[in-house]
Unconditional design. Structure first.
Length: 85
């Protein structure tokens, strides 16, 4: 079987004129592959619309009370979180 190929300009025109919801782009600030994908999306921003969302990260929160040691032992509390998407 043969693979049918479409010219990129037709594909870009299709995405630019379609009214589909934008791509939800889950990224991680530390990932080199995500950085490359971000560069590619920015390069093609006029053809591909996307909504960027951080997928992994750290945030400062007060202690939860479920820690395995005394909360007095630490001054800063950082928790790892994942995007709910």
């Amino acid at each position: 079987s043969q693979i049918r190929r479409f010219p990129m300009k037709n594909l870009a025109r299709h995405f630019a004129t379609s009214h589909a919801t934008p791509l939800t782009y889950y990224s991680a600030w530390f990932c080199p592959f995500a950085h490359r994908a971000t560069i590619a999306l920015e390069h093609h921003a006029d053809s591909v619309s996307y909504a960027w969302e951080e997928a992994l990260g750290w945030e400062k929160r007060p202690p939860t009370g479920n820690e395995e040691f005394s909360a007095d032992e630490r001054k800063d509390w950082y928790y790892h979180w994942k995007s709910p998407g």
